[in-house]
Design a protein around this ligand. Structure first.
Ligand code: NAD
Length: 418
């Protein structure tokens, strides 16, 4: 029996089993590679603004520590479950291995709806969560980063809480911090930038000029918001965007600067326009060159996978496509899938750069960060496309096979302790 349950965890397991079969992995090696090394659940009590006490449930899952410390985001979300956190930690492992980073995967989070608490309450939850995590994390054990519902400010509170405990500043305990607190230039935009970079490479392979491409983005947070802006800056036509409150579509192109300004002012997209409104699910099946799911898991399913009308599916979110949808997409040679562990890896790659800079206390310029990001992403993209071609498998199978194989090899060569 495992504590990890739920459809997101089962999805990670199905994906892994497919790859393990593909790699002819011996059965007795599979559990050792798939199951998380360890997990911690914590209760985070805080005083609410009305004087009452409220307890928030928190988690952290470390998948494997074979290649170095674990690395992964912290999600603040109302319905968070440990099985979902474990799946995200497992995906992080394949992602880090694919990019050649010296990390295993981790993930964590708190069951809280950030818009439902005040800024002071959010700070109290963030600090208490990190306080509870101190015995479990460390700059050479497990390094946190932002994910859905958290941001640079939350990372600064985490770093401050950890540093106050230790007695000196430990900026390398988290990444995705504000630049003013030891963060790196380029981290904020990194995930969006990596999505645009790879989508453009895929378009070129399909002989579509990226400057004439049409784009739809689901999710307007850190990942989707920056991806939208960078596509627009590069000359692509953004025809659709959505967040959890609204979706807009205009075949002639949306006014991206106005959407960004509206999102900054109101925090959500609802109320931006009445004429351009479209059903959120329908937005995903509108014609476009690039579709970017950049919000939550399991939005491309067996129900809509056959109706997608994009040429490139650039997965900004983690786990946006179910294994059932994958089976349908595998048969559709018209859609070029850039799988999540490749497509959104810009976030963890620049997080790695941030950690390295913090450890050395030697900081790089933004151009250096972006150039190095392009170098790592370009290499990973070339490896995945070459393997997909050579073995006649999907891009996801090729990407995961490379990641899983690296973890497998590291475990084999280190052996089993004691
Ligand atoms: P965020 O909290 O900044 O933004 C999430 C966005 O998704 C918000 O705009 C929200 O309104 C929207 N959303 C939620 N439910 C939706 C729905 N049903 N339909 C449409 N939009 C919806 O989060 P983020 O950091 O941008 O992360 C988004 C995804 O990208 C997550 O899957 C995350 O794990 C993944 N990711 C994030 C990073 C990073 O650097 N932040 C890196 C790699 C992957």
């Amino acid at each position: 029996m495992s504590v990890y349950t739920g459809e997101v965890f089962e999805m990670a397991r199905t994906q892994f089993n497919r790859i393990a079969d593909q790699l002819n992995m011996p059965v007795d090696e599979r559990d050792r590679i798939f199951y998380p090394k360890r997990a911690l659940t914590v209760s985070c009590p805080i005083h609410r603004d009305d004087g009452s006490t409220m307890v928030y449930q928190g988690y952290r899952v470390q998948h494997h520590l074979t290649l170095g410390p674990t690395k992964g985001g912290t999600r603040f979300s109302n319905n968070l479950e440990i099985g979902e956190v474990a799946a995200l930690a497992i995906w992080m492992s394949w992602k880090c291995a694919l990019a050649g980073l010296p990390y295993g995967g981790a993930k964590g989070g708190v069951c809280v709806d950030p818009p439902a608490v005040s800024q002071r309450e959010l700070e109290a939850i963030s600090r208490r969560y990190m306080q509870e995590m101190i015995p479990f994390v460390g700059p050479h054990t497990d390094i946190m980063a932002p994910d859905m519902g958290t941001n640079e400010q939350v990372m600064a509170w985490f770093m401050d809480t950890y540093s106050m405990h230790v007695g000196h500043t430990v900026s390398e305990i988290v990444t995705g911090k504000p630049v003013a607190s030891g963060g790196t230039l380029g981290r904020r935009e990194a995930t969006g930038r990596s999505i645009v970079y790879l989508a453009e490479q895929a378009l070129e392979k399909l002989e579509i000029n990226p400057r004439h491409a049409t784009v739809i983005v689901q999710g307007f947070g850190n990942v989707g918001g920056y991806a939208t802006q960078i596509f627009h800056e590069h000359g692509a036509k953004v025809v659709g965007v959505s967040d959890h409150t609204a979706a807009y579509y205009n075949a002639d192109g949306l006014d991206v600067p106005a959407l960004v300004a509206y999102g900054r002012k109101h925090g959500v997209l609802k109320g931006f326009s009445t004429e351009l409104t479209i059903n959120r699910e329908k937005l995903l099946t509108q014609p476009c060159d690039v579709l970017v799911p950049a919000a939550i898991e399991r939005v491309i399913t067996e129900k809509n996978a056959g109706s997608l009308r994009c040429r490139v599916l650039a997965e900004g979110a983690n786990g946006p496509t179910t294994p059932e949808a994958d089976t349908i997409l595998d048969q559709n040679k018209d859609i070029f899938v850039i799988p999540d562990i490749l497509c959104n890896s810009g976030g963890v790659i620049v997080s790695y750069f941030e950690w390295v800079q913090d450890l050395q206390q030697f900081f790089w310029g933004e151009t250096e960060v972006n150039d190095r990001l392009a170098q790592v992403m370009g290499k990973a993209f070339a490896q995945v496309t070459a393997r997909a071609k050579a073995e006649n498998v999907s891009m996801r199978t090729a990407a995961m096979a490379i990641g899983v194989e690296k973890v497998q090899l590291a475990k084999r060569t280190r052996g089993l302790f004691p």
